[in-house]
Design a protein around this ligand. Structure first.
Ligand code: AR6
Length: 174
């Protein structure tokens, strides 16, 4: 399973995969960081699909994920995952982060997605410590891949430091 996980330093919107995961918010209202980049590059159809989901279901709770088309992106789909806001660690943040990854992966299999790219969910505006987040992300993905048809799970990291943290965690953990 380990060989199915890859790491790259770069911008998530440039990735050529079946699905890009967005670090979204519960309102699916767009924002900065990954979310801003995806909505900018993906164009108005993603906004419109998010608006419809918001009207139908009131958005997406923390720890869950919803799927839209990829608009103008190279990816066919965008999976909007909502990670937790870091509040010091005693507010179920670890489980909610694991759940955001897990629900995204389940949606991917449901939609027959073979290649998927994740950002480092919650470690930007939401303030989750990146070492701890990387451990949770990698453990969740690796456990899930044992019973999945996904062929590649790519992590895209924005800075050298974030990239190093993920690589070191991966090498330490497995
Ligand atoms: N490609 C890859 N990684 C990126 C990019 C990019 N284009 N831009 C930022 N990162 P964040 P969160 C990294 O803040 O913490 C938004 O306003 C960034 O350096 O995008 O889950 C949403 O609307 C960091 O390591 O997501 C929500 O309200 C990581 O991606 C809220 O922020 C995640 O940072 C979600 O916050």
């Amino acid at each position: 399973m380990k060989e199915k996980i890859t790491f790259i330093k770069g911008d998530i919107v440039d990735q050529e995969v079946d699905a890009i995961v967005n670090a979204a918010n519960s309102a699916l209202a767009g924002g900065g960081g990954v979310d801003g980049a995806i909505h900018r590059a993906g164009g108005p159809s993603i906004d419109e699909e998010c608006r419809i989901i918001r009207e139908q279901r009131g958005g997406c709770p923390t720890g869950h994920a919803v799927i839209t088309g990829g608009g103008n992106l190279k990816a066919k789909y965008v999976i909007h995952a909502v990670g937790p806001i870091w509040k010091g660690g005693n507010f179920n943040e670890d489980n909610l982060l694991a759940s955001a990854y897990l629900e995204s992966l389940k949606l991917a299999d449901e939609y027959n997605i073979k290649t998927i790219v994740f950002p480092s969910i919650s470690t930007g505006a939401y303030g989750f410590p990146i070492e701890r987040a990387a451990r949770i992300a990698l453990r969740t993905v690796l456990d899930y891949l044992v019973s999945s048809n996904i062929q590649e799970v790519r992590f895209v990291l924005f800075s050298d430091r974030d990239y190093d943290v993920y690589i070191k965690t991966y090498n330490k953990q497995y």
